[in-house]
Ligand binder design. Structure first.
Ligand code: ADP
Length: 499
């Protein structure tokens, strides 16, 4: 059996205190109903913790607390002090980084190296980047042409109470994407983590209190989508919903938001093309495209799940990606040598293995992988092998639908025009990749792809300063970067007659 790391002592004491309670108005409380639910370690199928289950009444209490804080204590905190609090939280994330990384591995299954080197620094940097904005939000003076003498200006104000609904594939990062800008500009938040992965959000809540954020500024209510999530999306006193998840849930949230016409931003799924031209540096493109899909077991909204390869190098390239995929070490994320962990749940395992079946029934051929992994300890968890499908027609379901697993559909193409048309032939538009040494081709593809993020000679690179979000049915609104601030602020025009 693989050697797994010792659990951090602070993590053990966090897990011991059960059931985990929710955070409302600065206090850790049980659900009004007294109900709890269990969260499972996807590598072992074992119960990790029981967690207080928020429903409509709990969400209502949390929204009321967030509303009080918005107009009360939080409104009195100066921008520089909001920045200080966010910096302090970033410091605490780093100081407790090892424990947070392990907790994310236990709840989500991701490899510990990814949690330590990717997730923790990214969360801290997102907080610091947005802390910088707290002191840089401003309105403007505007000269008008109406008769008389006027002093006219705008105020940029926080939208109010934000409901953040986040998924399980990157629990802490997706929560911070929303929390950090919302808090920087002066909003208050009710965060609903995914029911599969509530634990790092709850630990984050402890660190938020330790950092000194006033009660009610951040409330954290784990619960299920159709109950707690729906209550938040429908709530008449929530001003904005920031959502990451499936497009079908996005559609429900848009409808639910109609009651008070709250603002909505949606970061949804994708079926992103990763395009390899014959002139590319294939040494770079083989691992680059492989990790574009296999990272986090393919449970990444922007995963490069359609691999388009120029005909001239198609056979050679696809067999090299398959060979590379066969070397990926799959296992428990707590083993430091693991490169790919399990899928999140039995439901996700059923979905992915369903697509593996569908692909083969449609005539695609798995040149590597294509099955559930059950050897030894893996039998208890939700593991599947990295899979490359060859002989894929662009109209097959495995080439059209988001699988959200480590499964890539490889498809040959003749030239740039053809691959652009194939790439854009989807209702999604989240991301796209291109591998080429020809700068003209690179720019043409970057312009022609209908997607919100384009990576050339790289894939899934992130920075807090760069916007991230979708075209078409991959959603609207941008996370990260200056554009996010638009989502959490609104503009007031002030007219002063000086005559
Ligand atoms: P996934 O299939 O990746 O779990 P979902 O879109 O179902 O994606 O879930 C993302 C988040 O949306 C989770 O926090 C989930 O609880 C929440 N959610 C699911 N259904 C609803 C709903 N009807 N209303 C509000 N939130 C929901």
């Amino acid at each position: 059996m693989a050697v797994t790391e010792q659990l951090h002592p602070a993590l053990l004491s966090f897990l011991k205190a059960q059931p985990k309670r929710m955070l409302i108005d600065g206090k850790w409380v049980e659900a009004v109903s007294g109900k709890t639910f269990e969260t499972i370690n996807p590598a072992t199928g074992e119960v990790l913790a029981s967690v207080a289950e928020a429903d409509r009444e709990d969400i209502d209490r949390a929204v009321k607390a967030a509303r009080r804080a918005f107009h009360g204590t939080w409104a009195k905190v100066k921008p520089a002090d909001r920045a200080r609090l966010l910096h302090r939280l970033a410091d605490l994330i780093e100081a407790n980084g090892d424990e947070l990384a392990m907790l994310e591995v236990l709840d989500n299954g991701m490899p510990i190296t990814m949690a330590r080197k990717g997730m923790v620094p990214r969360v801290a940097e997102l907080l610091r980047y947005n802390a910088g904005w707290a002191t840089k939000i401003h309105g403007e003076t505007i000269e008008t042409s109406v008769p008389g003498e006027f002093f006219t200006y705008t105020l940029r104000e926080p939208v109010g109470v934000v409901g953040a609904i986040v998924p399980w594939n990157g629990p802490l990062v997706t929560a911070t994407w929303k929390l950090a800008p919302a808090l920087a500009v002066g909003c208050t938040v009710v965060l609903k983590p995914a029911e599969q992965t509530p634990l790092t959000s709850l630990r984050l809540g402890e660190l938020i209190l330790e950092a000194g954020f006033p009660a009610g500024v951040v409330n954290i209510c784990p619960g299920f989508g159709p109950t707690a999530g729906a209550a938040l999306a429908e709530h008449m006193d929530v001003n904005k919903i920031a959502f990451t998840g499936e497009y079908t849930t996005g559609q429900i949230i848009v409808k639910a938001s109609a009651g008070n016409l709250k603002r909505v931003s949606l970061e949804l799924g994708g079926k992103s093309p990763d395009i390899v031209f014959a002139d590319a540096d294939l040494e770079q493109a083989v691992p680059g495209t492989a990790w574009g899909i296999f990272r986090n077991s393919g449970q990444v909204c922007c995963a490069g799940s359609r691999l388009f390869v120029e005909q001239k190098v198609y056979d050679r390239f696809v067999s090299r990606v398959a060979e590379y995929a066969s070397t990926i070490r799959v296992g428990n994320g707590l083993d430091p040598s693991t490169q790919m962990g399990p899928l999140i749940s039995q439901e996700q395992l059923d979905r992915v293995t369903g697509y593996l079946r569908v692909g083969q029934e449609e005539g695609a051929k798995a040149v590597v992988g294509g099955e559930r992994l059950t050897a030894g300890e893996m039998g208890k968890g939700y593991f599947v092998s990295p899979t490359v499908f060859d002989c894929v027609r662009p109209d097959m379901r495995v080439a059209q639908e988001e699988i959200f697993g480590p499964v890539v559909a490889a498809i040959p193409f003749k030239d740039l025009d053809e691959v652009v048309a194939l790439s854009n032939n989807t209702h999604y538009g989240l991301a796209g990749g291109a591998w080429t040494h020809d700068v003209r081709k690179a720019h043409r593809v970057a312009k022609a792809l209908q997607a919100g993020v384009i990576w050339v000679n790289c894939y899934t690179v992130f920075d807090p300063a760069m916007p991230f979000g979708g075209y078409k049915m991959s959603g609207y609104g941008r996370e990260s970067g200056v554009h996010t601030l638009e989502l959490y602020t609104q503009v007031k025009a002030v007219w002063m007659n000086l005559g």
